[in-house]
Structure formats: structure tokens, C-alpha cells
Ligand binder design. Structure first.
Ligand SMILES: N[C@@H](CCC(=O)N[C@@H](CS)C(=O)NCC(=O)O)C(=O)O
Length: 223
């Protein structure tokens, strides 16, 4: 089994790597550099027609993509520590928070990234004809609103889904790591959320290895 992977700051492969570290599982990582368009090469499109990473290749040749689906599969192989919920209720709660992170935080963040960031100008032009900068910038408010929702929730308990660190935390923390990379911060008045982010970022699994110079460069470009 091997994982077609990209280094930080790419948030989706990062989810799987954090998950693997939390489980204490080693997997062969195959570099698939986006800057070299390795994800759009015919051999990778045969693994994932969307031309994205991560992709998990099973020993029987099956390819799984979608980071959360990959982690669900790995959870079945390595059940401990449990990351997706132990019973029907826990599983539903973890799933609920994963979906909320993706729709309320990651989606607006993606619009900011695609429609305002210089790194993605060419991709936006290819996909939409241009970068819709005003639309992208308007999503900062949507993202901030999402942060306030999570801030209130995290005020009630220590993790995204009740009582322990789960996949919902991984999906959220990788979203905030990427947000930081493109110059979008958790609002200053979200004290509980900022505390949670500091806490999960201190976990041994959470090392975020973007060269500082690249971080600075991305932030300076994003204005
Ligand atoms: N929903 C997918 C998203 C995968 C994704 O967007 N991966 C990024 C890297 S973080 C990618 O491959 N981007 C290149 C592209 O979309 O062309 C997942 O959870 O794995």
C-alpha cells in the first residue's frame, strides 16, 4: 500500500499524514509534486481522474482518493486510537463536524485562495476565465463567520467532536494551517478557537513543515 502525497502546505495529503502519525502507522509516501504538474500526468489521472492528491494505492491495485475516505479505510485496518467514533452516535457527531468544517470553513477559504491569491491566478483564469477578486475577498467574511461558529462550540468542549481528538480536529486544523499559509487568520476575538488551534498544533503529529521563507512569500503576495 502506498500514498501519493504532496508536502506541506497542501492540506489534504497533510490530513492523511497526521492521521497516520496519530495511529503510529508508516506508509510508503510517493512524492507527487503539484508544481511539476505530476498530479495531472496521465499515470496519475489513471489513479484519480480528478488529478488530485492524496491517493491511496492498495496492494490489489485499487485507488482511493478523498482524504477523509482514505482515513476511514485506514481506520478499519488500524482501529486504535479511534478517530471516527466508536458507536453510531459518535460516528454521526464526528461526521457532522467534518462536514461543517468543509462547508463553513474550507469552502470559503478555497474561494479566497482561488479568486484572490497570486499563486492561483493561472488556474482561476483557466477554470473561470478570470479571478473574481471581489467574490474571493467577500469570502473572508464567510470564513470569519464560520470561525465564530466554531469558537462558540469549542467554548463548550476541548475538541471539535466531544471529548477527544478525532478526524474532525484534523480536518479543521489542516484548514487553519492552510489559511495561515495564505494570510487568513482566525479572528482575534475567537479566543477559544485560537486556544484549541494552539493545543492541537502542539501535538507531535502536527508538525507543519513549510519553509518559513515560503510562508512569508505567500503572505506578502496575499497582501
Ligand atoms: N476533497 C479532496 C481534495 C483533494 C485536493 O484538492 N487536493 C489538492 C492538494 S491539497 C490538489 O490535488 N490540488 C490540485 C488540483 O485540484 O488540481 C480530498 O479531501 O482529498
Amino acid at each position: 500500500m502506498k500514498l501519493y502525497n504532496e508536502a506541506d502546505p497542501a492540506p489534504n495529503p497533510r490530513r492523511v499524514r497526521i492521521f497516520l502519525k496519530e495511529k503510529g502507522v508508516d506508509l510508503e509516501l510517493v512524492p507527487t509534486p503539484l508544481t511539476k504538474r505530476a498530479h495531472k500526468a496521465p499515470e496519475h489521472l489513471a489513479r484519480n481522474p480528478l488529478g488530485q492528491v492524496p491517493v491511496l494505492e492498495l496492494d490489489d491495485g485499487t485507488h482511493l482518493s478523498e482524504s477523509v475516505s482514505i482515513c476511514r479505510y485506514l481506520e478499519d485496518l488500524h482501529p486504535e486510537p479511534n478517530m471516527f467514533g466508536r458507536d453510531a452516535k459518535e460516528r454521526a457527531v464526528v461526521d457532522m463536524w467534518i462536514r461543517r468544517v468543509e462547508f463553513r470553513l474550507l469552502f470559503p477559504l478555497s474561494q479566497i485562495w482561488v479568486h484572490t491569491h497570486p499563486f492561483t491566478a493561472a488556474v482561476a483564469t483557466q477554470t473561470f476565465g478570470q479571478q473574481f477578486k471581489e467574490f474571493g475577498a467577500a469570502n473572508r467574511k464567510v470564513f470569519a463567520n464560520g470561525c465564530h461558529l466554531f469558537d462558540r462550540e469549542i467554548g463548550y468542549r476541548p475538541f471539535m467532536a466531544p471529548d477527544r481528538y478525532t478526524m474532525a480536529d484534523i480536518v479543521a486544523q489542516t484548514t487553519f494551517d492552510f489559511a495561515r499559509f495564505i494570510g487568513v487568520d482566525i479572528p482575534g476575538d475567537c479566543a477559544a478557537l485560537r486556544d484549541w488551534y494552539t493545543r492541537v498544533s502542539a501535538r507531535p503529529s502536527a508538525t507543519f513543515e513549510v519553509p518559513e521563507a515560503l510562508l512569508q512569500h505567500a503572505r506578502s503576495l496575499s497582501g
